[in-house]
Design a protein around this ligand. Structure first.
Ligand code: ZN
Length: 277
């Protein structure tokens, strides 16, 4: 009996400590999902926010490793409806209870329909943000969402329909604008919001049509994360972007070269480490 107890203890203690969802701190995690986006945010009180679901099911592996046995996601955010941001989400809904979903306009296709019916059947509160909205998640944590204005919804470039976000939580901050093009990034600046953040998710996997220098300068990040697949056919990321970031002294983390990464705040200072997958 005692032997069984100790065997179970040895099995579960590493799982408990590896799954960072139990640690009381703000976190931002980017999963290496190849050519696509899948990342997540956590507040010190343990609220979990999932953003996008990558081009295949690989994000599920990252979720499992990071969340351990936790089975609830407080908020699911989808930047836009392109398949490289969506693929794992219909399956995610079958594995996790999603309390609230913040969704963009223009979700269509089989994956989106499967996802939506999954969300409806589990009673998720579905919101389609129509204007800049901020939520106080906890005393020291805010999440702001920026949907496109009507001007962009009139165009047929779905990248510009991306929900942009700003997360500022207990010494850790992140700005992300989905796959927005430069014109949309500049429109985000015109709202007067203070975009400064320690971490910037490069828009559109580091494409040369995104990541306008004015946008990057306004965010003023310490590190830019580029979620991108090795040897992709799009030429992402733009070598000029990488060069300009390095010249500006901004650290670059590429998921295709360095894999998944976790950022966390320690005494208001940003720390990070590769997750090894
Ligand atoms: Zn994309």
């Amino acid at each position: 009996m005692y032997r069984l107890f100790f065997i179970l203890l040895f099995l579960f203690i590493p799982l408990y400590f590896f799954s960072s969802s139990v640690v009381s701190r703000a976190e931002v995690v980017f999963f290496d999902v190849g050519q696509g986006d899948a990342f997540a945010l956590k507040t010190p009180q343990g609220k979990i926010i999932a953003v996008d679901g990558g081009p295949d099911l690989s994000a599920l592996y990252g979720w499992g490793r990071w969340l351990g046995w936790k089975r609830t996601i407080d908020i699911l955010i989808i930047s836009h409806g392109h398949s490289d941001h969506l693929a794992a989400l219909p399956e995610l809904v079958t594995r996790y209870q999603i309390k609230q979903a913040l969704l963009p306009s223009g979700l269509s296709g089989i994956a989106a329909q499967t996802l939506l019916s999954g969300l409806r059947s589990q009673g998720t509160a579905i919101i389609y943000p129509q204007s800049e909205t901020c939520w106080q998640l906890e005393p020291a944590c805010s999440l702001c969402i920026f949907p496109p204005t009507a001007e962009f919804l009139k165009t047929d470039d779905e990248n510009d329909w991306s929900l942009a976000l700003h997360f500022n939580c207990d010494g850790l901050s992140l700005a992300a604008a989905g796959d927005a093009n430069r014109r949309r990034e500049l429109a985000l600046l015109s709202s007067g919001f203070l975009w400064q953040a320690q971490i910037l998710k490069a828009s559109h996997h580091g494409a040369d049509t995104s990541n306008d220098p004015s946008f990057v300068a306004r965010v003023k990040p310490a590190v830019v994360v580029i979620s991108v697949g090795a040897d992709n056919t799009y030429g992402h990321p733009d070598p000029e972007l990488i060069n300009s970031l390095r010249v500006a002294g901004i650290k670059v983390w590429r998921t295709d070269e360095q894999g998944s990464v976790i950022f966390y705040a320690n005494n208001k200072k940003i720390n990070y480490r590769g997750l090894g997958f």
